[in-house]
Design a binder for this molecule. Structure first.
Ligand code: MN
Length: 261
């Protein structure tokens, strides 16, 4: 399978090769993590197998083709998920089948332009037409940006940083400057947005070392603190949240001394 459909066989292979892994997190190559301290609310998903960013009513009532986004989602490593991939895959066979399903999705899903079948539309179509079979195990997450649309985010990083509301993922949907799609965004706008997303996330790590970008629009970095020596020693709660849990135990007395060793 090619194009956006390649994720299906890849996910299947990963699930088969890693039975010890409970969840697979799919992230598109045009998506960036922009909150380095966020911890997923795993407990919330205990009874579900697929966690997508989106809105239930927008899918089942409006049948909107952007009711969910398949650029960043969680898939439980279980038979249900293998069955789901198996149910979607036939719609993506390259050639007449994929073209025919593209036309079907354009007719059945609201707002969808008539292009060849894509995995996102196929998933929505499957859920809309077979809700009883699959719907119960799908979690619609919209309490945080499991998938954040870049255009609504990249100009607001400074404001978000002030308010402490960081988007977990910034996804550059539609930034396809090499492909020259009619609906592609200007390459310069995409590139600056990506630069800003990277710098915004990078600053969260650099801060541990006492540095930060002068501006999110450029690569120049400046000193913002004096704690450049031992990031593991960081006192600041926000900084300590960035550490792997293994290193996050309360650092006092002897423990602190041992860390220095
Ligand atoms: Mn993408």
């Amino acid at each position: 399978m090619s194009g956006f459909w390649a994720k299906l066989p890849l996910l299947r292979s990963l699930m088969m090769a890693h039975p010890e892994v409970e969840f697979i997190w799919w992230m598109d190559s045009d998506a960036v993590f922009t909150d380095m301290a966020f911890e997923l609310p795993w407990d919330r998903y205990a009874a579900h197998n697929l966690v997508v960013h989106g809105w239930e009513a927008k899918m089942y009532e409006e049948k909107s083709w952007v009711s969910i986004n398949t650029g960043s989602f969680l898939l439980r490593n279980c038979q249900w998920s293998l069955d789901l991939l198996h149910a979607i895959a036939p719609m993506g066979a390259r050639g007449p089948v994929r073209d025919m399903h593209g036309e079907l999705f354009a007719k059945e899903l609201s707002g969808r332009p008539p292009f060849e079948a894509d995995d996102q539309s196929a998933l929505i179509y499957l859920l809309v037409t077979q809700r009883d079979k699959w719907g119960g195990k799908v979690f619609f997450e919209n309490s945080y940006e499991l998938n954040g649309f870049w255009e609504l985010i990249v100009d607001r990083y400074e404001e978000m940083r002030r308010k402490g509301q960081w988007p977990l993922v910034t996804h550059f949907v539609g930034c396809k400057p090499c492909r020259r799609y009619a609906d592609s965004y200007p390459a310069d706008r995409c590139r600056l947005g990506m630069e800003r997303a990277f710098n915004f996330a990078d600053d969260q790590i650099l801060k541990l070392y006492g540095f930060g970008h002068e501006s999110l629009n450029g690569t120049a970095v400046q000193r913002v603190g004096n704690d450049t020596g031992g990031p593991l020693d960081a006192e600041d709660e926000d900084l300590r949240r960035l550490l792997h849990p293994t290193f996050r135990a309360p650092i006092t007395g002897m423990a602190r001394h041992m860390l220095y060793l």
